[in-house]
Design a binder for this molecule. Structure first.
Ligand code: TXA
Ligand code: MG
Length: 541
């Protein structure tokens, strides 16, 4: 099928109206996002909408009207309640969708078998004119391929749907940028099923108390039924993985900076104010306090992030879920498939270093000063108590590594991974995320108890990606021969074993390059303490 790209001349609008009347599909501009329109009362046309988008049939569509009279003259609803009248007077035409008991003319395809129908009167003049010219109420979901971010320009519609629909009417860039607020009036009190530009507070000014459906901000549990079927699907997602970061500005920038410097595999979806601090590729949503501007940019920004080459992951600066921010949060958390990283509100000092370099001595100095030290080795012990992790390790390394009481035989495991790089990498890939989770959890608890600083005491700070969370990283290093001698004596290892352990770790150069402070511990303990004290002076004055 050849997709016509139409403008907004009288002739073009007549062409589009003709296509709609004959049962075809036309993508139309609205103030929120582009919609993929069909005659709402023609079941066959409506079916084509689902097909063109690849949309699940159990997700109902919104019916778009040009004037209030359309509701009655077409018989769209069984009853138009008083609350609907009050809301329509205040917000229509505009980005508010109302759900009411449906009229008999509404095909099951539109309502997906529910006994309700969603109705909205868009404020975009072009689409209202098309409704008038065609004489059709228009069923129109967002004009994207199902699952991708909604389009806010005609060219984004073409990217997704060229060749699958009859025409696109280019009415310029959408001014709101996120889809309409969906409010159901069949519950008492009325419920917001999808947040948008019209906020809960604005609605409450008109009709009193409304609720926000819990699915707006949280994921659906298995087996739970959605009040709005659209909420159960993964949504708004670019192809690249998106993760939300909940933290203060400084921590967000630092996380990106550390990750970018080490792995160069990420991009930022951030605020204008973040840009000067971020070296990674970055797409700005706009100024931090300009929520409406961010909403306008959101989907375009997600698509732009998707076009950045050679990245694996986009870290989005998490918005405050209030007012219009709730709409942003709702879209972003779905784009992220509900994956959120929360950075605890404490200063984290990463303390790392090579085996035998003297890291534990420095950790003891922190403890002496009353600063809590979170020990990665202890976290690792707890991590392998997790049944999921145990199961994975058992599958990979056989029953041999499980003790009679069901716990992990750490010695056996160590023996297996000792000479086998691949096995060690697998062990790490399974345990490191859990270890990190445990350590961040402890840091969060400590911050809630009022601590301002905590130390991550972690030999594998870099391997486990704990460094991304650190405010400051202190590395303790020493020359190879000295370390070798120390660990042979301390841990009673053979020279071969000690050499192996040392060879499995990053080089001294690596530690130096990626740390903020380096303690070189080749001499006496008092020399070590002196270097540590110099760092404490910088940290604590
Ligand atoms: O701003 C918008 O609303 C855009 C433009 C094109 O108007 N349209 C839009 O449509 O976003 P769509 O299909 O992408 O989203 C419609 C949402 C879905 O979450 C759907 O589940 C919900 O409205 N919905 C529609 N009818 C419903 C009903 N009867 N009961 C509950 N939810 C309904
Ligand atoms: Mg949609």
């Amino acid at each position: 099928m050849n997709t016509l790209l139409l403008g907004t001349t009288q002739k073009d609008l007549d062409t589009a109206a003709g296509i709609l009347r004959l049962g075809g599909l036309v993508a139309v501009p609205t103030e929120t996002v582009y919609g993929l329109a069909a005659d709402a009362l023609n079941a066959e046309s409506v079916k084509k909408v689902f097909k063109a988008k690849g949309r699940p049939m159990d997700n109902p569509l919104i019916v778009h009207i040009a004037s209030l009279e359309d509701i009655e003259s077409l018989g769209l609803v069984r009853e138009f309640p008083k609350t609907a009248r009050m809301l329509s007077e205040r917000f229509w035409p505009g980005p508010l969708t109302l759900i009411m008991k449906k009229g008999e003319v509404i095909p099951d395809e539109v309502s997906a078998g529910l006994d309700t129908v969603a109705i909205r009167m868009p404020s975009h003049e072009v689409t209202r004119e098309l409704i008038r010219r065609s004489g059709c109420a228009l069923a129109a979901p967002s004009a994207n391929s199902s699952g991708l971010p909604s389009p806010t320009t005609a060219s984004r519609v073409m990217e997704d749907l060229n060749g699958r629909i009859d025409a696109v009417v280019d009415g310029g860039r959408c001014t709101v940028g996120v889809e309409s607020t969906v409010l159901t009036l069949v519950t008492d009190p009325p419920r917001i099923l999808r947040p948008g530009r019209i906020t809960k507070e604005e609605i409450e000014e008109v009709i009193g108390k409304v609720e926000i459906d819990p699915a707006v901000i949280s994921g659906m549990e298995k087996g739970q039924t959605a009040s709005s079927p659209g909420m159960k699907y993964k949504h708004y997602s670019p192809k690249v993985k998106v993760v939300l970061i909940r933290s203060d500005d400084r921590q967000y920038r630092q996380f990106l900076d550390r990750r970018w410097r080490r792995l160069s595999d990420c991009a930022a979806l951030c605020y204008e104010e973040d840009l000067p601090y971020i070296d990674a590729p970055a797409v700005s949503l706009g100024r931090k306090d300009d929520l409406e501007g961010q909403a306008r940019r959101l989907f375009e920004a997600l698509r732009e992030a998707d076009e950045i080459e050679d990245i694996r992951i986009v870290y989005a600066h998490c918005p405050k879920a209030q007012g219009v921010g709730l709409a942003l949060y709702n879209r972003l958390i779905r784009a992220a498939a509900f994956e959120v990283i929360e950075i605890p509100k404490v200063k984290i000092i990463g303390l790392t270093g090579q085996s035998g370099a003297g890291k534990s001595e420095v950790a003891a100095l922190f403890k002496e000063r009353g600063i809590p030290v979170i020990d990665a080795d202890l976290a690792a012990r707890r991590a392998v108590e997790d049944p999921e992790i145990l199961k994975k390790l058992r599958e990979a390394f056989s029953d041999e590594i499980i003790r009679e009481d069901g716990s992990l035989d750490r010695r056996k495991t160590a023996e297996i991974v000792f000479c086998d790089d691949e096995a060690r990498e697998y062990l790490n890939s399974v345990t490191h995320p859990k270890i990190l989770e445990i350590m961040l959890g402890e840091a969060k608890d400590l911050s809630e108890q009022g601590e301002e600083t905590v130390v991550f005491d972690a030999p594998q700070l870099f391997e486990a990606w704990e460094d991304f969370y650190c405010d400051r990283i202190i590395a303790v290093v020493a020359d190879r021969q000295i370390r070798l001698k120390r660990i042979i004596e301390r841990d009673l290892l053979s020279e071969e074993e000690a050499t192996h352990r040392i060879d499995a770790q990053f080089s001294q150069e690596f530690f130096k390059e990626h740390s903020d402070d380096v303690i070189e511990n080749n001499g006496s303990l008092s020399d070590l303490f002196e270097q540590a004290n110099r760092i404490f002076e910088v940290l604590y004055g």
